[in-house]
Design a protein around this ligand. Structure first.
Ligand SMILES: Cc1cc2nc3c(=O)[nH]c(=O)nc-3n(C[C@H](O)[C@H](O)[C@H](O)COP(=O)(O)OP(=O)(O)OC[C@H]3O[C@@H](n4cnc5c(N)ncnc54)[C@H](O)[C@@H]3O)c2cc1C
Length: 450
């Protein structure tokens, strides 16, 4: 008889690893298997090379609603508490405190930022408004060389964090593997090709033909989760728009994170500049925005799978029309198309993006960060006929699919506890909510669009 696992997790990024950890620490589940396509943990979007390394709280993210800001704030606190439990030497590798701000340039952005502030300031009592002089004190290069007539303001906080989410992923797995009773198993270089219902559970098949049996399956495959949901016949009127992009480096010019105001409710962050947790000598600017037809950045072999995540029906076509003809999205896409061109691309990026944050930067000061950046699988809600912000969790009987654009790394534990509750209820096992709350905080979970 093949071994029957209580839970099979597909995907070894931060979503899968945080669930592995939550299972090992806060439940009496007896067996768990993780299957990862590549040779190690966090090879894709959770890797520090590929995301913006920001612990998002919702205070400098001008594209969040108050509700999203509250939920993200709760989720970020869980991860922060978790990192506080790590040994000092490990903690200093995975997370660092830094100042952060959201910068408005010009009257229009300043008006938007004032509105945001009055909306969210009760939730973030340490968030302050700063004018030119204070901005110059906190981030001298944001003011140096800026036209005196150009008005700026910012919302600033000293409670920012840069996070190496790839290393956090590894700490989750390392801690889970210490559980000798559970003995979690992780199989690398195992590309799952399908999952099928079988009796009370599922058979998960790998590309080499190996089969794994599980009573509950969680797809934590990032941009690929919706592909698997659709291939199993679950169509929740969702699709994904793969949003990719590049980063540029300069020598260190910023002390902390400087985000820009995102205009028009676009569900992904505008270009920002910030320190790089793995290299204190540089500042990173990005990400730019492009729409590749792939589910993994630079991996042409995933085009066919990406197309399978689209429904190509009327609601989908109307959604795409609404998205691509949205004035703000068109403005972003047309600017960003230029950034991909040789020679003038860098110049345009400097003029429109990096130079709006650090005006004294010159063309020779920045260089493309090669091989850096991932895919943000932005969710298209075909019922709303539009792009929506944040993650989606598709739940069916005995199976969950997690689709995780930003701030998916920040919300990993919040998502994991939501999954764990569903799994333990399904399997008739215990979720130790008291222990979770004692160690990490209230077990609130964002059960999102399903
Ligand atoms: C440019 C950019 C900036 C971002 N910035 C931030 C930020 O500052 N803060 C934040 O909180 N979030 C940020 N995000 C989002 C964050 O990176 C993701 O939400 C998070 O990493 C998702 O983790 P995951 O484990 O769900 O997915 P991934 O890290 O993509 O992991 C999925 C895993 O599944 C595996 N897999 C896929 N298919 C299969 C298969 N068939 N079989 C087996 N395994 C499979 C993959 O190999 C991969 O290891 C950013 C993302 C991008 C792209």
């Amino acid at each position: 008889m093949p071994k029957m696992y209580d839970v099979i997790i597909v995907g070894g990024g931060i979503t899968g690893a945080s669930l592995l950890y939550a299972i090992s620490r806060y439940s009496d589940i007896k067996s768990v298997l993780m299957l990862e396509k590549y040779g190690g943990l966090a090879p894709l979007n959770s890797n520090s090379r590929n995301n913006a390394q920001t612990l998002h709280f919702g205070d400098i993210e001008t594209n969040y609603s108050l509700e999203t800001a509250k939920r993200t704030n709760d989720a970020a606190k869980l991860l922060l508490r978790y990192t506080e439990s790590l040994p000092v030497a490990v903690r200093s590798e995975v997370i660092r405190k830094c100042q952060k701000m959201v910068l408005a340039v010009g009257e229009f952005e300043m008006g938007l930022l004032e509105k945001t502030y009055s909306n969210i300031s009760p939730l973030f009592p340490t968030l302050r408004k700063a004018e030119r002089r204070e901005i110059g004190r906190l981030e001298p290069y944001v003011v140096k060389g800026r036209d005196r007539d150009e008005r700026i303001m910012a919302l600033v906080s000293q409670h920012g964090y840069m996070v190496d989410f790839g290393k956090v992923t590894k700490t989750f797995a390392d801690k889970a593997l210490l559980n000798r009773k559970l003995k979690p198993e992780i199989k690398f270089n195992t590309r799952v090709t399908k999952a099928e219902r079988h009796g009370d559970g599922f058979i998960v098949t790998a590309a080499n033909g190996d089969e794994y049996h599980g009573r509950f399956v969680v797809f934590a495959t990032g941009a690929y989760s919706l592909y698997f949901a659709k291939s199993m016949g679950y169509d929740n009127n969702l699709s994904v728009l793969s949003v990719s992009g590049n980063f540029y480096y300069s020598k260190k010019v910023l002390k902390g994170k400087v985000y820009r105001v995102q205009i028009g409710g676009i569900p992904f962050a505008a270009v920002h500049g910030d320190p790089e947790i793995t290299n204190p000598n540089v500042t990173r600017f990005g990400p730019t925005v492009s729409l590749p037809l792939t589910l993994e950045k630079g991996h042409g072999g995933t085009v066919g799978d990406y197309l399978k995540t689209f429904d190509f029906d009327l609601p989908m076509l109307i959604s795409m029309k609404n998205i691509l003809l949205n004035r703000d999205i068109m403005r972003i896409l047309s600017k960003n198309l230029l950034y991909d061109l040789p020679v003038i691309g860098k110049r345009e990026f400097l003029k429109n993006e990096a130079g709006r944050i650090v005006p004294s930067l010159r063309n020779e000061d920045i260089w493309l960060a090669k091989g850096i950046g991932g895919i943000r699988p932005q969710i298209i809600d075909e019922n709303k006929r539009s792009l929506v912000l944040g993650e989606a969790k598709l739940k069916e009987d005995g199976i969950i699919f997690n689709v995780t654009p930003s701030p998916g790394a920040t919300s990993c534990l919040s998502g994991a506890v939501a999954d764990l509750k569903t799994i333990t209820e399904h399997l008739g096992k215990e979720f130790d909510a008291q222990k979770f709350e004692r160690e990490l905080g209230e077990a609130k979970h964002h059960l999102k669009r399903v």
